[in-house]
Design a protein around this ligand. Sequence first.
Ligand SMILES: Nc1ncnc2c1ncn2[C@@H]1O[C@H](COP(=O)(O)OP(=O)(O)OP(=O)(O)O)[C@@H](O)[C@H]1O
Length: 258
Amino acid sequence: MLEIIDLVKKYDSGPLALDGVNLKIEAGDIIALIGPSGAGKSTLVRCINRLVEPTSGKIMLNGVDISSLNKKELREARKNIGMIFQEYALVERLSVMENVLSGRLASVSFWQSLRRNFPQKYISEALSLLDRVGLGDYVDTRADQLSGGQRQRVGIARALLQKPDLLLLDEPTASLDPKTARQIMRLVVDLVQEKNISAIINIHEVKLAELFTKRIVGLREGRIVYDEEAAKLDTDALTLIYGEEDWESERPAEDESE
Ligand SMILES: Nc1ncnc2c1ncn2[C@@H]1O[C@H](COP(=O)(O)OP(=O)(O)OP(=O)(O)O)[C@@H](O)[C@H]1O
């Protein structure tokens, strides 16, 4: 359902951030995008919904080339793409409910959005999503009173209220402690499976990628150098993606208990 063809991104300065990326993701796939700092992970994720403008290449989502859409068409296409950010991107002074409903701003009229007058069906859906992400008791709490994990749960509910076909996650756990990071990853993976949508997760923590996703794509210097089942990620693969390192000693047996 998502096919990226020969995607290239050149920023004004520096080398190519993406150097001919090809990637195919079927409905229901969840992939982890790993790679060293500067490899182009964030650029790739953000090119898919054109938060970053690609230099060339195609981004085919359900048969539509996102890269060729005009502004109005892009606004429409973005309704199918949810995004979850490292820093949550919530409006601090608004309530949890208002933040979640903002995921539907593009679907209501200008006047409704100005008055934040959302149809009852979006409110009901938001309530049920907030229950699902464990924030049923926080509907009226202001965003600035939440912990990092709670904020990310709001971000997840907001993205899912759009009913997207594709979810883009840009380092969703980078600001969270290890236990909360796992809880968030588990929640994301469960929800993505429940709703049969696809997800691309840019993630630094290799262990989380291995634990929670089935497919790992490794990016290095703007190119995909690895694309395999998560279970196959071994020290050779890590060397290919990140370069030489004593990976065995870096990979102690993980304590699975929480
Ligand atoms: N706005 C920008 N202007 C110029 N160069 C940029 C910009 N954003 C990213 N780059 C460059 O593009 C390359 C890829 O950056 P990107 O942030 O996509 O990598 P990344 O793999 O997500 O890195 P990290 O894991 O550190 O976040 C880097 O060389 C970076 O310096």
